[in-house]
Design a protein around this ligand. Structure first.
Ligand code: N01
Length: 545
């Protein structure tokens, strides 16, 4: 252990100064660092973990893998990188994704500017100096002209406040803070709480190892098969023959990916029931998110949505042998309203004799004892506990920082009723502070690497434009911010996204203000950001140097 004040220096001494202080060495922080340096800026990355990779550093639970095809879920900013890198599977697993992040760090010589095992706890804008003073938990501090939060929209785990959790006698692992060393569940009775994307991936793997696996489900999930497997070399060569064209086509997709199976441009009601089922079936066989693009009204028309939902419910009933278990696994909310899961043998896992499903929708987990979990007055014994309970998404990480803008304005006060910002990128009252892939942007609905590249490129261009025109600061206006938040909500209100309790709405965290945070539709969003920049940063206030 290092002394907490090992790096403390009196404020009379000048702080290390950089153009950009970047919080987080995940894929966003890595690319932001590379981009800043390639523009001749100085940058320093501070990362709490002991390695780079962000999401793929922390989420190493059994079965963790990307659910967007690897040839899409990868950087497109460097042609040599995308040609050289070879993915072994259609959907890469966490170890390979972590190797990729490390490869990017090495390939672009980034490590010398990345400081690991250092947690940023706060930052304050010094109005006289027009710089951010950024502080780490151990007392270190930096002065930066720009502060870039690359800390990830899904980075602060949600651990429910179960009474007695600390009395449980066995190991407790959160999927988003999985131990570095392998966890062996052989011969153990394992309890998994949660049935979101993380659980859907982990459950089939844990089921094969544990003696008994009990799954505690509060809300059933829709999962479509991944049909993962080794990457077909012919397919890979085809993409690599025109990788730039492939990226370009994906830019025009609603989520910044999916051009391999583009959405159909007609309604679910424009075909016969037989044709409809055949079309759902064809996409189901290919696997992945493409199911939601079978028709163009699945996300905007509840009746059309229910046709897709019923198709998946039928699949669940066909797959799961025990009718009561199948019934419990069938979701009732609109499909896609909570993020769709992509699975490998999730529903099939419930046919194993050692896997049990406990519905806690009506009888919540009351408490945890040394021996297990109590729901409906009944003790479910367990030797190990897995919390697949998700994240305080989009705002959780920022709101745990002591972030102070102009006049000491605290982000906690500013965002008391929910996150306010403009273009998802900047907050009024917090000049020169950029947020990557956060609320108010389309990140949560996209291939997040596309969103990361888009944000980093926008920020880098913005800084270049400020420098070229002799501006010291850029800051969103409150009017632009209010319009933007209204826009994000107006877009959501034309969809099914407001009709269930999702992390998009903050509904998974008790007491969190209910506000729809992501923006649906990447191409229109990217176009709007480009127009704002081209129009002299309309909606922003610039201050001359
Ligand atoms: O978290 P989640 P996640 N009692 O919030 C349940 C991305 N991701 O880590 O739905 C009982 O989806 C909760 O129940 P409910 C992806 O964007 C991507 O799985 O709130 N249960 C839910 O079932 C994803 O959407 C990948 O009623 C409780 C579960 O815990 C996001 O990360 C893989 C509870 C949490 O599900 C989050 O996914 C993994 C309580 N008190 C994640 N509190 C891939 O790319 C919570 N739950 C593949």
């Amino acid at each position: 252990m290092t002394s907490p004040n090992r790096h403390y220096r009196p404020l009379s001494q000048p702080l290390p100064a950089v153009d950009l202080l970047i919080v987080g060495a995940g894929l966003a922080g890595l690319y932001m660092l590379h981009k800043a340096r390639s523009q001749g800026l100085t940058a320093h990355v501070v990362e709490a973990a002991a390695g780079v990779g962000g999401t793929w550093y922390f989420n190493r639970y059994p079965g963790a893998r990307v659910d967007i095809q690897s040839l899409e879920y990868s950087f497109g900013f460097d042609e040599a990188l995308q040609q050289d890198w070879h993915w072994s599977e259609r959907y890469a697993g966490q170890p390979e994704l972590l190797r990729y992040a490390n490869h990017v760090a090495d390939r672009f010589g980034l490590r010398d500017a990345i400081q690991l095992e250092t947690r940023i706890v706060g930052a304050a804008f010094d109005e006289a100096a027009r710089r951010w003073v950024v502080r780490a938990e151990d007392g270190q501090a930096w002065s930066a002209r720009f502060l870039v939060l690359a800390s990830g929209p899904l980075s602060t785990p949600n651990t429910p406040d179960f009474p007695g959790l600390d009395t449980f006698s066995g190991p407790v692992h959160h999927t988003a803070r999985w131990p570095q060393q392998e966890v062996d569940f052989s011969g153990l009775r394992v309890a998994v709480v949660g049935t979101g994307s993380s659980a859907v991936q982990a459950i089939p793997v844990i089921a094969r190892q544990a003696s008994e696996l009990t799954v505690f489900q509060r809300t059933a999930s829709y999962a479509v098969p991944a049909h993962n497997g080794p990457l077909d070399p012919v397919f890979e060569a085809g993409i690599k023959a025109d990788y730039a064209g492939f990226r370009e086509r994906n830019q025009r997709m609603m989520g910044g990916f999916g051009s391999l199976m583009p959405p159909n441009a007609f309604s679910a009601f424009s075909v016969t029931p037989e044709q409809r089922d055949a079309m759902f079936e064809a996409r189901w066989r290919i696997g992945g998110f493409g199911l939601l693009g079978t028709f163009n009204d699945l996300i905007v028309n509840p009746a059309a949505n229910d046709l897709a939902a019923e198709f998946v419910r039928r699949k669940i009933r066909d797959t799961v042998h025990d009718p009561e278990t199948a019934r419990t696994l069938c979701p009732s909310h609109p499909i896609g309203c909570k993020r769709l899961c992509v699975d490998t043998g999730y529903y099939e896992a419930f046919n194993r004799p050692n896997v049990h499903l406990v519905d806690v929708s009506q009888q919540p987990i009351e408490r945890i004892t040394a021996e297990g979990l109590v729901s409906g007055g009944r003790l479910h014994r367990a030797d190990a506990l897995v919390l697949a309970t998700g994240f305080d998404a989009m705002t959780g990480t920022l709101l745990r920082l002591d972030l102070r803008g102009r006049g000491g304005l605290r982000i906690q006060d500013k965002w008391r009723a929910g996150p306010l910002n403009y273009l998802g990128l900047m907050v009024a009252g917090f000049p020169n502070l950029f947020n990557i892939a956060g609320p108010g942007s389309s990140s949560a609905f996209t291939n997040v690497i596309v969103s990361i590249e888009h944000h980093v490129n926008w920020i880098a261009r913005c800084i270049a434009d400020l420098d070229a025109s002799g501006q010291a600061t850029i800051e969103a206006t409150e009017a632009a911010e209010a319009d933007w938040v209204a826009h994000v909500n107006a877009v959501a209100s034309r969809t099914i996204y407001l009709t269930c309790n999702s992390w998009y709405l903050g509904a998974n965290i008790p007491g969190k203000p209910r506000m729809f945070m992501p923006l649906f539709g990447y191409p229109a969003y990217a176009q709007r950001c480009a127009e704002v920049a081209a129009n002299g940063y309309a909606g922003f206030k610039l201050t001359p140097a």
